[in-house]
Design a protein around this ligand. Structure first.
Ligand SMILES: [Zn+2]
Length: 430
């Protein structure tokens, strides 16, 4: 294979120390970080003067194709929103819709500095196709829901296995597949136990929603006489390979279970605020040494996929929740969106920090704008002052996905019209 090199010069590099310097990419990896790098046969040289170089952000809870439902139903409680608005529309979804929605979401994520996502939805081979074309990294799971129905349960395992066989470890290893039991209230005990067995057999991760609302806790208590994480632990589902999204309503005992089992969490503050679900005790969880990452949830309940917005929201929400401005500082929240996200997906050896030997998943943020001046404290600016539109350049797996805000792998205008058409078609059927 032909070697491909990219040299980035004069960047402010946010690594273990923040320092001005250069970084060399060879194929898919970072091979050198230094004050100055002399390299021969470089294919692309980027002068990153007044730009901050950070790891690509990791969004650990998404439903990419739901981008087609952005703005469809706002200002409603979760159960009304799901039962009366989202599920009826989702009943008419097909692979083309999911492809168009996922491609739109990839464009939005790349334009706002995200290079890796963790997605649960339907027609996941269409999502894989979009992610492959976009050049982004992702972990995909088919959202399994059986509501106690045995035939439905069998169909969900069949579809999950189809997606594993077709998509796992494809696109130069950028795309992985996991098991996606939707939640303790939409999945039967049999389904959840089956997922644990199969996930062990395949050596794949488990992505689930848990303890999102008070109503969920009440329903699970009524059905199983245990709170959601207690119940999931009792049936043996929990382990280091489980990533649970939301984790809003947690008892002290549940926090101990999460820590004990090494469960990873995805905090989704905007979605939790918009649906008035509640506030996850993130600062307490981090204090206990639990891995808490950051997610946007779907664009129908956020309504954006901008992780810069999510970082700021996470920090502010936790401060007002605890009435303590010192909790969840900029550095901690930046880690949630980078290395914690990588660790939540078991990818911490490959991505999540800027280090020699790691994959070249790199974002350059333009600091030469009024809202980021004076250029003083990069991490503070990234969390409190920047937004996705300040992202200038995005590289994933050594491939240029955006340069000077111009998408390289996706034709932005065609993706927008494709998504408009798919959204119209979906709504006309519903
Ligand atoms: Zn979700």
């Amino acid at each position: 294979m032909e070697t491909k090199n990219i040299l980035i010069e004069n960047a402010v590099i946010v690594a273990d120390r923040i320092k001005k310097g250069s970084l060399l990419i060879e194929n898919d990896k970072i091979v050198e970080i230094n004050d100055k790098i002399v390299a021969n046969n470089v294919d692309d040289v980027i002068n990153a003067e007044k730009k901050v170089l950070i790891p690509g952000l990791v969004n650990t809870h998404t439903h990419l194709s739901m981008s087609l439902m952005r703005g469809l139903a706002d200002d409603l409680p979760l159960d009304t929103w799901l039962n009366d608005h989202i599920w009826p529309v989702e009943a008419n979804l097909n692979g083309e819709h999911c492809y168009a929605g996922a491609l739109l979401a990839c464009a939005e994520m790349i334009k706002s500095g995200t290079t890796c996502f963790n997605d649960m939805y339907f027609f996941m081979d269409s999502v894989a196709k979009a992610a492959d074309e976009a050049g982004i990294r992702g972990m995909l799971s088919h959202g399994m829901i059986d509501l106690g129905d045995e035939d439905k349960r069998k169909a969900e395992f069949k579809e999950t296995k189809r997606i594993i066989e077709k998509c796992h470890d494809t696109a130069d290893g950028r795309i992985k597949v996991s098991f996606g039991p939707h939640s303790p209230y939409t999945c039967s005990e049999e389904l959840l136990e089956g997922v644990r067995k199969e996930a062990d057999k395949y050596g794949l991760k488990i992505h689930i929603h848990a303890s999102e609302t008070q109503k969920e806790v009440e329903d699970v208590l009524e059905a199983h006489r245990k709170r959601p994480f207690e119940y999931l632990d009792e049936i043996g589902l929990l382990g280091e390979d489980v990533l649970a999204a939301h984790a809003v309503w947690l008892s002290d005992n549940e926090m101990e279970i999460i820590k004990e089992r090494g469960v990873k969490l995805s905090h989704n503050p905007s979605s939790n605020m918009k649906l008035a679900s509640g506030i996850s005790p993130v600062s307490k969880l981090l204090e206990k040494g639990i891995c808490v990452s950051l997610g946007t949830d779907g664009a129908a309940s956020n309504n954006s996929l901008d992780l810069f917005e999510e970082m700021k929201t996470a920090a502010l929400l936790q401060k007002v929740h605890t009435l303590d401005p010192t909790v969840l500082n900029a550095h901690e929240v930046f880690e949630m969106a980078t290395i914690n996200g990588a660790a939540a997906l078991g990818l911490e050896n490959g991505i999540g920090t800027i280090e020699v030997g790691k994959k070249a998943d790199i974002v350059l943020v333009d600091m030469k704008t009024p809202s980021l001046t004076p250029f003083r404290n990069p991490v503070s600016h990234l969390v409190y002052s920047a937004n996705g539109a300040d992202v200038d350049t995005v590289i994933c797996n050594g491939e240029m996905l955006m340069k000077n805000r111009e998408l390289q792998t996706i034709d932005e205008a065609s993706v927008i019209s494709l998504a408009e058409e798919a959204s119209q078609d979906l709504l006309s059927k519903s």
